[in-house]
Design a protein around this ligand. Structure first.
Ligand code: GDP
Length: 472
């Protein structure tokens, strides 16, 4: 679909081009680099792989085997809704407070580490469900080492259980089953194991190799044994990382905190992160000002398989973005800027919604009839004056519709309205407020701001004459 939009051909044409190469694709499927090049060529385009070029400059060196040290496993909990994922994560979190550590986990940061009684560690991604897992994978982040799949023993193997299994298998991640709710009278763990066997998943009790344990996330029964099985599985994987290098890893989640700025939870996967390091994460960069664990405790260093929240980035990277530490602050900043530029260009090319520039182009192509506008201004007088002027621009071919007008800042609800009705937003002496800008970016809504009536009218007129030259 994206390629079709870029080349301005129909998706069917792309699909049949792929079919003629013997490749069956669906609309939302990603094409590999080679297919992409061949298909583009058929339509007279050449593909340039730009992102790869940027990544090259931060290509990681391969660690020497002797530098690799064992590391803790990173575990994701998946399963059908209501089967007990959250309860299990909560139980583990509350039970396994590091010895001598007072106070529980004070904040949800999307990931946490536990140290079991024997000193062994496990890092949990605290975003239960395969959606988060797969969203990360879709961004190229393979973070999880082991998947715990929770199945309620008083229920059946449900659609989402099957999905979770497929997702873990597709990622090549070993599964440990947690047959949950065994405290319930109706619980029948054997029935679940039988169901799994019918799917060709033989658990140990059934003579197979897949680990499974009966638990109750409510009473805690069996949970420690389950974690032991997870550790056993981890041992087989011989998980290793080099702690003595600049850190790299994956972003788990990020948000803007009013008082502290951008807070990003990251999982260090290689190397050791330290305060003062220059971090590049997706399209964001910055110097690490502070690091905290899930208990809100300040820490100075974080080695492999440690989830932490960091302060100091100049934005909120996306879940699944990779991060790395660079020697040079300027370089980190440059790459981040370059990346966001690429991302912007990309989204301009593939946007779903209309922009003023696009209107010009489409009018030139002759396939445009209506121009929907949401108009916000600082005073009633200017809103009315603009409404009149805009409406007078209507021609036989193009109808200008002011679908909403008002006095005041551009709000999130204006943006949502624009999104729903494929409108552009024009602000006169007003700016987007609160989340409006962010939502507009996400929804790809064009917001234009003016302080001179004449400019606003002229821009619109130009666009309608199909003359407005592209912004970038
Ligand atoms: P999730 O949707 O998979 O995260 O499921 P939750 O953890 O929210 O659990 C769904 C419901 O099942 C909640 O009401 C839990 O209290 C309950 N529950 C979860 N685990 C157990 C268990 O081991 N025993 C019992 N009796 N109830 C449980």
């Amino acid at each position: 679909n994206e390629v079709a939009t870029l080349m301005e051909v129909s998706t069917t044409q792309i699909i049949s081009a792929c079919m003629s190469l013997g490749i069956m694709v669906t609309m939302n499927q990603r094409l590999d680099a080679e297919t992409l090049s061949i298909v583009a060529e058929e339509f007279g385009y050449e593909v340039e792989f730009i992102t790869a070029e940027i990544e090259e400059s931060i290509e990681e060196e391969v660690d020497a085997p002797e530098d690799l040290k064992p590391r803790a496993p990173i575990v994701t909990v998946m399963g059908h809704v209501d089967h007990g994922k959250t309860s299990l994560l909560d139980h583990i979190r509350e039970e396994n407070v590091i010895a001598g550590e007072s106070g529980g986990i004070t904040q949800h940061i999307g990931a946490y580490g536990v140290t079991l009684k024997d000193g062994q560690k496990i890092a949990f991604l605290d975003t239960p469900g395969h959606e988060a897992f797969t969203a990360m994978r879709a961004r190229g982040a393979q973070v999880t080492d082991i998947a715990i799949i929770v199945v309620a023993a008083d229920d059946d193997i449900m659609p989402q259980t099957k999905e979770a299994i497929s997702h873990a298998q597709a990622a090549g991640v070993p599964i440990v089953f947690a047959i949950n709710k065994i405290d319930r009278p109706a619980a029948n763990p054997e029935k679940i194991k039988e169901g799994l066997a019918a799917m060709n998943l033989l658990v140990e009790d059934w003579g197979g190799k897949i680990q499974s344990h009966d638990i109750s996330a409510k009473t805690g029964e069996g949970v420690n044994e389950l974690l032991e099985k997870v550790l056993l599985e981890a041992e087989l994987l011989e998980l290793k990382a080099n702690p003595d290098r600049l850190a790299s890893g994956t972003v788990v989640e990020a948000y803007l905190d009013k008082g502290r700025g951008y807070v990003s939870t990251i999982l260090v996967q290689s190397g050791t992160l330290q305060i003062g390091d220059y971090v590049l994460a997706g399209t964001c960069s910055g110097k690490v000002k502070a690091m905290q664990d899930e208990r809100g405790k300040d820490i100075k260093k974080a080695g492999p398989a440690t989830p932490i929240s960091i302060l100091g980035l100049d934005g909120a990277p996306q879940a699944g973005d990779k991060f790395s530490v660079l020697d040079d602050e300027r370089e980190a900043k440059q790459i981040a800027t370059k990346r966001s530029q690429l991302q912007r260009e990309q989204s301009v090319r593939t946007q779903r919604h209309i922009t003023l520039d696009e209107i010009g182009r489409r009018i030139a192509l002759g396939d445009f009839q209506e121009l929907n506008i949401i108009l916000k201004g600082d005073v009633d007088g200017s809103v009315e004056a603009l409404t009149d002027s805009f409406q007078k621009l209507s021609t036989d071919e193009i109808q200008v519709n002011i679908i909403h007008k008002g006095v005041g800042a551009i709000t999130e609800s204006d943006v949502l309205l624009a999104s729903a009705s494929d409108a552009i937003i024009i602000g006169f002496n007003v700016r987007p407020m609160g989340n409006a800008r962010m939502v507009a970016d996400k929804e790809e809504i064009d917001i234009r701001m003016y302080s001179i009536i004449y400019d606003a009218i002229n821009d619109l007129k130009d666009a309608m004459e199909g003359m407005l030259s592209p912004e970038m």
